[in-house]
Structures are given as structure tokens and as C-alpha cells.
Design a protein around this ligand. Structure first.
Ligand code: FEO
Length: 415
């Protein structure tokens, strides 16, 4: 870690200081294996949805065998030249033999075409589905693509690449690449994190902070694919890599640090806790939220409360990984529910969160509609609705009594 890190707690300032101190060159993660990626410090949004408080990185890796050279994954559109310059520090980029495309999403694969055009004899290495994607998205000619599966071995001369099928992590074509002699797994997005600070390794950033960022990433990208993720974790455990080098964020020199949490996150190991995500306009919903929070605390149940309009939605997603009870609160607006509460409800549904129990706290002035609308939003979800409390005006004793009963129900479910 850089010694002159800013003391300013504001992350924007922190990033500026890191940016100035971050090495912009390449690093050798093992003999003949070089990180040649890009740290996109000032990117603030991914997929038009995911906030990136610490930016993100596109980690590409150059593997130099005695006879052949492979580039594993590439970079986001706009960074092709930076990638080429970094590769040039080690070899002539036109001499690359293989460009491995673990995953076809453009943040890692868009520059594959640029590299294939530059290295005229190179093959793009991909799964069968990856080949289709490379042709569709990047116009890579079929004859330039080598399809690999779990039986394939690419001998680079003293360095052997093998491949792991990892479909739906998080697109259908995904594979992992394994460098056998150095025991390095390159799993692309899996085990990744959106962070572009100065550190390259998890232990340098701090394992706790690295895991926090990885959990955020898991929630936003991998949570809907838990079943496939659990299968991949088992495969990775059998491979027993000595290092895990994903294509976003920090590299895990001690794979156990990230493998154990992933084993937990992918198998729905819940904690005894409740999340309340709410928005309030004139305080009625907030009074109900406070009352429920107090009732839960009285029952020794941890509760995480998020005021939606001032919350990074990623933190809500992160809590969903291991929170069995989700309570949404929001006032009725124009016969529906406040859009922030609707958004949070949709997030639970779209991320296929492992939520077991839900409840709704809502209020209205003259006509209701929020309960009906939220019921339609959660249609198809495998959740048990514990209660939907809809109060006219501010909550009164009858509603507070019902909130206490809801807390009892939650306590019973969490036993
Ligand atoms: Fe980082 Fe799914 O691409």
C-alpha cells in the first residue's frame, strides 16, 4: 500500500490520491505471468445500474511460455492502446499466439478483435458458446477461433493452460482458465470485485475490505446464479489453485479467503437478521419502520435499515445475500407505491435473492393501492408474506400493536 494515502475520509479524494500514486505499469504475478490490465479509477457506473465508488479494473494477464504466448482476457472499449502498450513492455503484441476469451462481455472481450487483428496468426480461444458470441458481438471470423473444453490443454512451453466449464457465471459461454504449473486460476468475473485502488492483491488492500467489495460484486452480478456458482466453487476446490486472479479487482493470493465466503454465499447460508428498505415522504412510513426496528431489537434480532433515496443500491443488494427477512416500506403514491420502494422490491425479485419472508409497511392519505401493486410485483417469488400493514394517515396504536405482532412472527421464523 502506498504510504502517503490521504487521511481524508471522503472516497473521491481518496481515489484522486490513489490515482496519482497507482503504478500504471504492469506487475508480474508469477514468473512469466504479467498483469497487463487497466485500472478505470474514475468509472462511476456499470451496466447503467451499479454504482462504482472505487471504480473498477479490467484485469488482463499475459502468460509467456518458452514457445508460445497467451493473453487471458482483454479490456473495456477505449483502452485497447493501453493494453497494447503494456503487452509491449514484455513482447511484441503481434507475436501473441492465443487470446483467451473466458467471457464475452465487452468489458473483457471487446479488445479481443483488436488483438486478433494485430496478431495475425493468433487464435481466439473460447468455449463453443463463446465462439458464437465472439462472431456475433465482435465479428471475429470462425477460422480464427479455437473452441476448447475441459479436455483441452494448451502447451505454451513449460506453461500449460487448461479450461473449466463455468456456464452462467454470469453469461452462458463462460469458462475459467487454469495455468497448471503456476497453479493460477483465471475465473474472469467470478471472485471479482469492482475496485481500482492502488493495491493489486487482496491482502494488501486488507482481506476484510477486499471481501466487502467482493460481496458487493457477488450480490450485483453472481447472486442470481447461485446454483451454478456453487457447482463452480466445488470444481475450484478440487483444482486447488494456489492463486485466484479474476478479471476485476484484487487478486487472491490465498484462495481460501474468497473460496470459503463464496461457498457460503452460493448455498444460501442465511444469518439471523432482518433488512428494512424504506422511503418516507411525510414520516408515516418512517414511524412504522422505527417501531418495527425497536420491536426487533427488543427481541435481540439484528436489523439493517436502509433509507432508499440516500442509499447506494449495491448495499441493499449485498444484504440480500444472507438476509432471510426483507421488509419494504413506502407510502402510497398515485395508487401505487413510491418508486424507490418499487425499485427495491424489483431488485429483490430480479436478483433472485434468497429471501424467505417479506412484509410491507405502507401508508396512504385518501386512497390505497400500494398493497395490491406490491403483491403484483412479487408475483412468482417463492416467499412467504408475513404481513402488509397499510395505515391511513400516521400510524396509531392499532398499527403499532400489529407491528409488534409482525416482530413476533419474524422472531418465530428466525428461531
Ligand atoms: Fe466483467 Fe461480465 O463482465
Amino acid at each position: 500500500m502506498n504510504g502517503n494515502k490521504s487521511k481524508n475520509p471522503g472516497h473521491i479524494r481518496e481515489i484522486e490520491v490513489y490515482f496519482m500514486n497507482t503504478p500504471q505499469g504492469t506487475i508480474e504475478i508469477a514468473p512469466g505471468v504479467h498483469w497487463v490490465g487497466v485500472k478505470h479509477h474514475n468509472r462511476r457506473l456499470f451496466d447503467g445500474l451499479i454504482p462504482l465508488p472505487y471504480g473498477t479494473s479490467y484485469n488482463a494477464y499475459l502468460v509467456l511460455g518458452k514457445e508460445k504466448t497467451a493473453l487471458i482476457d482483454t479490456v473495456n472499449p477505449g483502452f485497447e492502446q493501453e493494453l497494447v502498450e503494456k503487452i509491449s513492455q514484455h513482447i511484441d503484441p503481434s507475436k501473441i499466439d492465443y487470446v483467451v476469451m473466458n467471457h464475452a462481455e465487452p468489458d473483457h472481450a471487446h479488445a479481443c478483435k483488436h488483438m486478433i487483428d494485430l496478431a495475425k496468426d493468433a487464435k481466439l480461444v473460447a468455449s463453443a458458446k463463446g465462439k458464437e458470441a465472439a462472431m456475433m458481438y465482435f465479428d471475429i471470423p470462425a477460422e480464427r477461433i479455437m473452441v476448447v473444453d475441459e479436455s483441452t490443454k494448451l502447451d505454451l512451453g513449460g506453461k500449460t493452460l487448461s479450461f473449466v466449464d463455468a456456464p452462467w457465471l454470469h453469461w452462458p459461454e463462460t469458462i475459467f482458465t487454469y495455468l497448471e504449473e503456476d497453479r493460477i486460476l483465471f475465473p474472469c468475473d467470478f471472485f471479482g470485485s469492482h475496485v481500482a485502488l492502488g493495491e493489486f492483491y487482496a491482502h494488501e488492500l486488507g482481506n476484510d475490505k477486499s471481501l466487502d467489495m467482493a460481496k458487493l460484486y457477488f450480490a450485483e452480478i453472481m447472486m442470481p446464479f447461485r446454483r451454478q456458482g456453487a457447482a463452480a466453487v466445488e470444481k475450484v476446490k478440487r483444482i486447488d489453485p494456489g492463486m485466484i486472479a479474476p478479471s476485476h479487482g484484487v487478486i487472491w493470493k490465498d484462495p481460501k479467503v474468497i473460496l470459503d465466503p463464496y461457498a457460503k454465499w452460493t448455498t444460501e447460508q442465511m444469518e439471523k437478521k432482518v433488512m428494512i428498505a424504506y422511503v418516507s415522504m411525510w414520516g408515516s412510513t418512517e414511524k412504522m419502520v422505527k417501531a418495527l426496528t425497536e420491536e426487533l431489537v427488543k427481541r435481540n434480532i439484528p436489523v439493517n435499515v436502509f433509507d432508499l433515496p440516500v442509499t447506494d443500491i449495491g448495499h441493499v443488494a449485498k444484504e440480500l445475500i444472507d438476509t432471510p427477512v426483507v421488509v419494504v416500506g413506502g407510502p402510497t403514491v398515485l395508487n401505487l407505491i413510491h418508486p424507490s420502494a418499487a425499485y427495491a422490491t424489483l431488485l429483490v425479485k430480479q436478483l433472485r435473492a434468497p429471501t424467505k419472508y417479506v412484509a410491507l409497511l405502507t401508508s396512504h392519505g385518501w386512497s390505497g393501492g400500494a398493497v395490491k401493486f406490491v403483491s403484483s410485483l412479487i408475483e412468482g417469488m417463492k416467499v412467504e408474506v408475513l404481513d402488509a400493514i397499510d395505515v391511513k394517515g400516521p400510524p396509531k396504536q392499532a398499527e403499532f400493536d400489529r407491528i409488534a405482532q409482525l416482530a413476533d412472527k419474524i422472531a418465530e421464523k428466525l428461531k
